[in-house]
Design a protein around this ligand. Sequence first.
Ligand code: HSE
Length: 445
Amino acid sequence: MSSELISPLKIGVAGLGTVGGAVVRLLEQKANALALHCGRPVEVVAVTARSRAKKRDLGTCAPRWADDPMALATDPEVDVFVELMGGDGDPAKSAIEAALRAGKSVVTANKALLAHHGAELAAVAEKHGGALDFEAAVGAAIPIIRTLREGLAGNSFDRVYGILNGTCNYILTRMEEDRLSFADCLKDAQRLGYAEADPTFDIEGHDSAQKLAILASLAFGIKVNSQAVFVEGISSIAPEDLEAAAELGYRIKLLGVALRTQDGIEQRVHPTMVRLGSPLAEVMGVTNAVSINADGVAPITLVGPGAGGAATASAVVSDIGNIARGIYAAPFGRPTASLIASERAPMQRHEGGYYIRLLAVDRPGTFATIARHLADEQISLESIMQRHRNAEPHGGDDPESPHAPAPVILVTYATTEDAVHRALREIKNRGVIAGRPQVIRIEKN
Ligand code: HSE
């Protein structure tokens, strides 16, 4: 092939932070290989960023500066508008819409924008014929979007679930391996630059919820809607939960789970017990992973770096490569008009096993009361572990007192969320437990 004879695909990059800079450098470093793979050269012709004066490494490439994202999005020379500014609204949203209306294709890594306006933007792309690609929005370098949308286009999905937030997985890994508190591990994650200065978005599960909503849309043909995701973060997880999980043959992970149920598509993010030895249980540190249960194939798990400049740039460049090849796929894998509205998951009907840690008051009849209320709700126990109160410094009460509560850990067989909550409310009302019960859902392999 003589690439000189073929017109290059011209790229405009909006946002030159860690990811934007890495994309510009990668496109330059891999220019020859990309031209060979795609049958067409790819060239960054223009860029824009909040501060033009800031010193940044863009390799030897010297693109033109556009005044602002809108000017870049509508620049007649630009074929593909690459949005790497972030944010769930403007200027990213207006600029993407303008680029699509001008007949350009768009590549974005912006999960927040897609989680809020994904279906709306997909409709604009569809109307004007441009691509809207977002491989980098979930799991960065893990090619999960293309796997669901194209690689498994002939399959139906039962469940898509995974570790979608590296910060939380890092914190849980450190808590388990080094027996540290949640607060200490969070500080460490911030020091290493994994967690944001305001870490709430990561640790309370909202980052995972946005990513899950995008995966659920692709897998189940529903409109992307992060408000439909039930969300619970990891801040209540204590070192004793991680120790108990290991004794019971589990590991605790913050999972995002999209599951087909009789009541519709359940979308949930919460700390989860996963069986030791299962693919997701073995994923440690900042790494992300997604498991897929689809008909006709054995379970598939994709594992890889879910954040960082190089990993995210890898996904952005793969999207640009597809556009250079002339590959077009409907953004969410099917016509936007056929996407079904997604309702909030009815978690009270969630079915599964539960890990429950209680502080049982030390007096005759406590166990009988707990057992009676569980039985009243048809909850059957797989195991019971009682800890000696001296081994439990977090109990709060004087360990020498004969009445200090002692930790009891229960593992239930499959039941419903409603039944667990009703039983625990009754147990609490009877005064046989102290404090708030810890409840962690168990996910089947
Ligand atoms: N903050 C995210 C994480 C990365 O910790 O995985 C960006 O989505």
